[in-house]
Design a protein around this ligand. Sequence first.
Ligand code: ARG
Length: 615
Amino acid sequence: MSQETAHPVTLLNEIFSRAIVDVLGPEHEGVDPVIRPSKSPEFGDFQVNAAMSLGKRIGTPPRDLAEKLVESADLASIAETVDVAGPGFINIRLSETVLSDALDGMSGNGLGVTPVDDPHPVVIDLCGVNVAKQMHVGHLRSTIIGDSLARILERQGREVLRENHLGDWGLPIAMVLQTLREEEVDLEQLSLDQLDTAYRAAQAGSKGDDRGIAVVEERRIGPHRVAELEEQNAGAESRRAAAAETLVLLQQGDERLIQDWHRLIDCTMRAVYESLDLLNVEMDESNNRGESFYRNHLPEVVETFTANNLAVEDEGALVVRFEDRERPMLIQKSDGGFLYATTDLAAIRNRVVNENADRLIYVVDARQRDHFKDVFDAAKLAGWGTTTDGHEVEMRHIPFGSVLGPDKKPLKTRSGENVTLASLLEEAVARGRSEVLRRSEDERSPTHGMSADELASIGRAVGIGAVKYADLSSDLVRDYVFDMDRMIAFEGNTGPYLQYAHARICSILDKAGVEEEGFASKDLLLREPAERLLALQLLRYGEVVASASSNLEPHRICTYLYELSELFNGFYQQCPVRKAESEDLLLSRLRLCDLTRRVLSDGLDLLGIAAPSTM
Ligand code: ARG
């Protein structure tokens, strides 16, 4: 990259690193000059803070050191003004050419997002529905967050494997299959409602009322009630035994059961794919790496642990013990059965050894924190913490909180059921559509007179965008209240606000009637403070994407886009575009509009949110 098109922060870093060595000697090679954006535009664009801590460390008054650094730094070609302020901050206002050259560089070059050169794939473990029941709100978060992380990493040029670790094997499935069979349900016609009913019946039937017995005994309610409950418990036991038998048959590959099993999965997954489609998440069968996928790997996985003395017997079961925690991790039950953890170990082995991934990202409910800590540590003990070509594997659990209802309790329907994802998305789409329809009735609205189909598709983008943005913009581990009114508002830090900002710029560009070629190569004139602020924010995009990626935090992109929209509004209020004083200024401002539009659309895409051009 030539000196002219380098990012101003890169330039300032180079210049001040050199100045530090020149003033203080070669042992200060590599000291961070601490370049930060200025707190307020009247101080300039950037602040260099290194003199503060360095001065104190070497016993020179920071202000003196700051002055020496400024004297030594070669700033003539890039800064308009340089001041030393307060106890030793260096304030820098960049020259207009440095800013406009940097913007030129970014507009022709992937908007400033630097590609990461790493041939290892990254695995993102997302969605993870359990096929014995419907997808619920918790899976919404896993899917939305996981997909956004995947998009961010892909944007940097990484190969991403989105893997759906379906709960499609084990006792819960066997229980439902058993119940469906007892109730003689025709699985070819299986509906989600029937599945729900069977799931609940299976759960209720197999749960003995142990607590009930304890209460009855404690309060001496009477022996007949205890006997009654005991009988119920015995029933539960026999159902559990029947389900266990079904599981054995399933595991042995019993043809009829396997056929039923496929039908059950088809029924759930049809609905899942519909929801994913609505969510604008591209996943299909090829992304499925359910528990069943690993079923034949489990004995070998356990063998790795026993052969290397990493697992010990404990009352007939096999456990892995860790030095720093009490709880052992069970990998095989005394009856020979495997566990959720065993399957996750098999998945890690497959991802590292066969898929050669060096980053495994699990987007799963915060309640599974201990599970992942144990599984990751155990996998490292087994040697799956390094790829076959010797790279350390980063394993990260991205925990997320619950979606709460207005009563601050986990979201439930009025009758107390878990809210299904499908019903929630339906509501979002309906709200988005009515909002867009209402606005289109205003004659001044750009959507006025559009066809019902067009309005419906914008409405869908708005409704879904609102839900996704609300989910991604908050701190992931925190629970949040599902409040459709707040999410769908066109004001404030919401999805629709950003979508609207984007559409508005599209309409400004459209009305100006100048084709892109007309301004694409024109000089950017950045004289007004609002123009400079907007330019500086645009120049941060690459760094924000990089930090969202390394910290695995999509909300950094949300915050950035929101600030960008606010700065754009400030610019648009203070700097006339179509009525600019000169043709040059008009074209320069159109270019700024266009660059903002491109960054907004790119950023929304990283969040998996559509950016309609009319709203
Ligand atoms: N099916 C699991 C659940 O609903 C989530 C799976 C998460 N992924 C994993 N590799 N364990 O709790």
